[in-house]
Unconditional design. Structure first.
Length: 115
């Protein structure tokens, strides 16, 4: 599977953005999918993941972000609401087989939240 992230941009604090991750390959349904982010000068950190109908969120994303996937369209989404300046980062989508590491990464999309 290959991944292509999009949807980043500049938004004011309190606003919303929806990120998309388009996947190629016939085995998309077999992969668990996730979003990570990397702020300037910081390490890449987990944001949210989805496998079938099961989702998981970081504490910072919980209650504000919603991860979803469209298996028919081979696409994963991250709806981000109530954005804060500290959400500013490059957001990466990732995929991995259940029980394995995140082995496939997209190229990243930049989200900038202004105060």
């Amino acid at each position: 599977v290959q991944l292509q992230a999009s949807g980043g941009g500049l938004v004011q604090a309190g606003g919303s953005l929806r990120l998309s991750c388009a996947a190629s390959g016939r085995t998309f349904n077999n992969y668990r999918m996730a979003w990570f982010r990397q702020a300037p000068g910081k390490e890449r950190v987990f944001v949210a993941s989805v496998m079938w109908s099961s989702t998981s969120y970081s504490d910072s994303a919980k209650g504000r972000f919603i991860i979803s996937r469209d298996n028919a369209g081979n696409t994963m989404y991250l709806q981000m609401n109530s954005l804060k300046p500290e959400d500013t980062a490059v957001y990466y989508c990732a995929a991995g087989l259940p029980g394995s590491s995140w082995s496939v990464w997209g190229q990243g999309t930049l989200v900038t939240v202004s105060s």
